[in-house]
Design a protein around this ligand. Structure first.
Ligand code: EPZ
Length: 422
């Protein structure tokens, strides 16, 4: 397993290109199952999760090409489709459950393994099941697999979700677009990745309105056609790299960044003493002056503070002046980066869904272990400003969501290198 070595060093300067959004691409790729014609995604990120989704779609009968350059994925499903998403692939990546809606819409049946829990939580699928059942699907759990069928096809419905689940919204959208009649989804997720999926489905011929709001209306159509769609910029990669100059000084421009993708995050950066300037090519970030100030953070569904930036924000607040309280309201176990940051000298108390961070002057480099995708990058960020050397092990977690992190940070002056593991 590879490790990454980071040495604390001075201010960073330069530009970091932000890739297409992993969490948009993982919902866009299953949309290929909805049409016999090819779906081409440009600006696709080069990530191991994208390769896993490619493997899954191939196991269902889709042809996916273009992976070698990573930027363009052409997928088509004109042949026989296998309706079974196998546990061996699904357990590696929860987003595999996003084939459930499209398979039901296209074939009228699907057998999708439950993903099982992951480091950050149990990750149940009750909201997905309720949403697809509202469209007429009959879903039962047998030996760890969801067996779903909609004999006679799906029917449009009005459905309100108990929680604005991102994945369940995506599964509902990809099912309802081919259902008979119209559907209304209430308490829908509002993330930019939902908006991106709706735009792609519309380009394929779907009739959708209201994406980005809590109420989305879909008029079912008989069939969808192929399309070419650019994957939206990754707001979580954007926020992650915005924190690099915030943590160790200097000025970095994140190319492709847009304020509307990270509005609530920027409000917290501003309160912490970090300035963000919109340029013609992205977002320029630097400290206003002096030490970072403590701020409180509560994670919420979009447009609230993103749970996927909570770990990275904790790395910033670990050396802030004062005490910050971070409340994680989306996942039940998303503070595993805290004990690792404490190995670097951070002073953090975790009680249930709340972490209290008492800022210290400086962190000290140490050997630390990545536990999940976002926790791993928060340790890299902390290492950028720590005294001495930090070695982050198990960086396969990192490669799921960040392409070439050592190149992107190295290009702006970070002392960072990847050490190949056995
Ligand atoms: C998506 O996961 C993202 N993944 C996650 O990013 C992100 O953290 C999450 O949305 C919240 O923004 C992808 O888009 C591939 P949810 P998803 O359904 O769809 C509970 C990353 O780091 N829940 O909105 O799985 C669930 O357990 C990843 O890139 C149910 O109880 O998130 C969680 O506590 C991590 N029942 C909460 O809702 C359900 O049926 C939010 O889940 C579904 C979800």
């Amino acid at each position: 397993m590879d490790s990454i070595i980071v040495r604390g060093n001075g201010p960073l300067h330069g530009q970091i290109p932000i890739a297409g959004a992993k969490n948009a691409c993982l919902a866009l790729m299953p949309a290929t199952l909805l049409s016999e014609e090819p779906l081409t995604l440009t600006n696709a990120p080069r990530l191991s999760d994208i390769r896993t989704m490619t493997e899954l779609l191939a196991s269902l009968g889709a042809e996916v090409t273009g992976l070698q350059d990573g930027k363009v994925l052409a997928t088509s499903c004109h042949g026989e489709i296998n309706p079974v998403a196998d546990y061996d692939i699904v357990r590696k990546m929860r987003a595999s459950n996003l084939v459930l809606g499209p398979l039901l819409a296209r074939l009228g049946h699907a057998v999708v393994s439950l993903p099982g829990g992951c480091a950050i939580g149990a990750r149940p699928m009750d909201i997905h099941i309720d949403a697809l059942s509202a469209l007429g699907a009959e879903i039962e759990l047998k030996e760890g697999y969801l067996h779903a069928k909609a004999l006679g096809g799906l029917r449009g419905a009005v459905h309100e979700m108990r929680f604005a689940s991102v994945g369940a919204t995506e599964n509902f959208l990809m099912a309802a677009v081919l259902a008979k009649g119209s559907s209304v989804l209430k308490n829908a997720a509002r993330e930019p990745e939902i908006v991106d999926l709706a735009r792609c489905l519309r380009a394929m011929g779907a009739e959708i309105e209201g994406e980005g709001s809590s109420t989305i209306t879909i008029q079912g159509v008989d069939r969808l056609h192929g399309a070419t769609h650019p994957v939206v910029t990754d707001r979580i990669e954007l926020g992650t790299y915005m924190l690099a100059p915030a943590i160790c000084g200097g000025e970095v421009e994140c190319l492709g960044g847009k304020i509307e993708l990270v509005e609530s995050f920027c409000e917290k950066l501003d309160a912490a003493g970090v300035s963000v300037e919109e340029t013609a090519t992205g977002l320029k970030v630097k400290r206003k002056n002096g030490r970072i100030r403590a701020v409180d953070v509560v994670t919420e569904p979009f447009p609230g503070f993103p749970t996927d930036l909570q770990a990275q924000m904790m790395a910033l607040l670990a050396t802030a002046e004062g005490t910050s309280v971070l409340e994680e309201k989306i996942f039940e176990n998303r503070f595993m980066h805290a004990p690792e940051l404490m190995r670097m000298g951070a002073r953090i108390e975790v009680q249930g869904g709340q972490a209290t961070v008492h800022g210290v002057e400086k962190l000290k480099g140490a050997r630390v272990m990545a536990t999940d995708l976002r926790a791993s990058v928060s340790l890299i960020l902390a290492g950028l400003a720590a005294e001495g050397e930090t070695v982050v092990s198990r960086v396969y977690h990192l490669d799921r969501g960040y392409e070439r992190v050592e190149e992107k940070l190295g290009a702006v002056g970070a002392k960072i290198e990847r050490v190949k593991g056995e």
